[in-house]
Write a protein that binds this ligand. Structure first.
Ligand code: PMP
Length: 400
């Protein structure tokens, strides 16, 4: 027998497994609302015009392929931190410790590994219930204890805000609290400005540490400032934060794996020490981060003309998504659905949390060839003017 005889078959990933089932489906009407990737109105991946121009600039620059330093491309790290935190003393004084990372997932992983090695308190991380399916895997594999705080109320189809506050309050002092900066995945439900202040109040009072995950900055509202409101509020109030940034969605650079992990520090000397340790973590995991995505994002963020174009690209993507939310709800009404679907237009970001249960979601897949995760989450980006009526019809049928 082989050494690996006792290795059991692992379960398929709940999200990536949906894409595999979609690929196997031969029905021409099939629609993939499972994976969170932006599509244009023809259902095709979209290369942002700003990114296209940056790529042309990079080709003409005829750059080499030497290793990046472990901390990543400097011009990228600085521009990305400025994008997230805005013009603030922390940025100006060199108090942002940054490590280029393998997209949002890699930034989260580095952050959790840093907590695991250096956080001087209990290594317990609280994630919202529900949350992006990978958060728990990442934290657990980095050695953290994962717990949940209430986030969403299925009957209200909105935030379960009182319970959120009380459960963060009840968490042991100095816990790590993971927060989606905007476009909460999967619920599409974000705190209001007032609610951010309340969340901040309880986190500060309990001396918890906020770990922000921002995978949709600018992609949610169309404004990079608005989508950074919660994070910047904490920083303005002088609260310590950690941040994992992804440039997969807002630059359409999914497979390029470009992200950034940052920690706000007390001084530039502390920044140097933290970065030195982040580099040691990165060195042992993958040695140096990939070049291409860093060069693209840096070129866009550091070239005024491309930056303006990118702001427009964000409005194009977020605008199309908002239009598809309205179209879906309108079509459902037209089909005579008696249910209240207004939560779909109230939600924000890539996803809608439809309220469909696992059985209805399964029926949509097997009978209607519309693919979604079993929690009823649909990627609005998968809708377009050609398939929205078909999808509305299918949803109306399974919820009848
Ligand atoms: N956080 C959240 C909330 C996400 O939705 C995603 C993407 N689905 C990520 C992080 C990270 O994705 P990536 O590693 O592709 O940047």
């Amino acid at each position: 027998s082989s050494i690996w005889t006792n290795v059991p078959q692992g379960p398929p990933d709940p999200i990536l497994g949906i894409s595999e089932a979609f690929k196997r489906d031969t029905n021409p009407r099939k629609v993939n609302l499972g994976v969170g990737a932006y599509r244009d109105d023809d259902g095709k991946p979209w290369i942002l015009p700003s990114v296209k121009k940056a790529k042309e600039i990079l080709i003409n620059a005829n750059l080499d392929h030497e290793y990046l330093p472990t901390e990543g491309l400097n011009t990228f790290r600085q521009a990305a931190a400025l994008l997230a935190y805005g013009n603030c003393p922390e940025v100006a004084e060199g108090r942002i410790a940054a490590l280029q990372a393998l997209s949002g997932t890699g930034a989260l992983r580095i952050g959790c590994a840093f907590i695991s090695r250096f956080y001087p308190h209990n290594k317990i991380i609280y994630v919202p219930k529900p949350t992006w399916g990978n958060h728990k895997n990442i934290a657990r594999d980095a050695g953290l204890e994962v717990r949940e705080y209430s986030y969403y109320c299925p009957t209200k189809k909105g935030l379960d805000f009182e319970r959120l506050l009380s459960e963060i309050d009840e968490a042991p002092r100095n816990s790590i609290i993971l927060l989606h900066a905007c476009a909460h995945n999967p619920t599409g439900q974000d705190p209001s400005h007032e609610q951010w202040a309340q969340i901040h109040e309880v986190i500060t009072r309990k001396q918890h540490l906020a770990f922000f995950d921002t995978a949709y900055q600018g992609f949610a509202s169309g404004s990079t400032d608005e989508d950074a409101y919660g994070l910047r509020y904490f920083v303005k109030e002088k609260s310590p934060v950690l941040l994992a940034q992804s440039f997969a969605k807002n630059f359409g650079l999914y497979g390029e794996r470009i992200g950034l992990f940052t920690a706000v520090t007390d001084s530039s000397a502390e920044t140097d020490r933290v970065v030195s340790q982040l580099k040691i973590l990165g060195r042992a995991m993958y040695s140096n981060p990939p070049l291409y995505g860093a060069r693209i994002v840096s070129t866009v963020l550091n070239t005024p003309e491309l930056y303006r174009q990118w702001q427009q690209d964000l409005v194009t993507m977020s605008g199309r998504i908002k239009a598809m939310r309205s179209a879906l709800v309108e079509k459902l009404k037209e089909k005579g659905s008696p249910h209240d679907w207004s939560h779909i237009t109230n939600q924000i970001g890539m996803f809608a949390f439809t309220g469909l249960n696992a059985e209805q979601s399964q029926t949509l897949m097997t009978r209607n060839h519309v693919y979604l995760t079993l929690d009823g989450r649909i990627s609005i980006a998968g809708l377009n003017t050609k398939n929205v009526e078909y999808v509305a019809d299918a949803i109306e049928t399974v919820t009848r």
